[in-house]
Write a new protein. Structure first.
Length: 79
């Protein structure tokens, strides 16, 4: 949307991109980093997008979110 696409198209593109990436991991059994390396070209659009995600500390944030959810689930299971 920030780049001018309508919300419905932006949502579908984001969902399809995520679905496609997840499907590749499940179907190939390859590590996501290997698949990323297969599709990313030096100084290309994927690399630039990944750099922005790294600068925003997305990986650390996702790890923290999963860790906290697991911690909470463990706490709830003891109740």
């Amino acid at each position: 949307m920030r780049l001018g696409l309508p919300k419905d198209i932006s949502t579908v593109l984001a969902a399809q991109t995520t679905l496609g990436a997840a499907k590749m991991v499940v179907e190939t059994g390859e590590h996501p980093a290997k698949l990323k390396d297969m599709v990313a070209t030096p100084a290309g659009t994927t690399v630039e997008g990944l750099l922005a995600l790294e600068q925003g500390k997305l990986r650390a944030t996702l790890i923290a979110a999963v860790t906290e959810a697991a911690r909470r689930a463990k706490g709830l299971s003891l109740a």
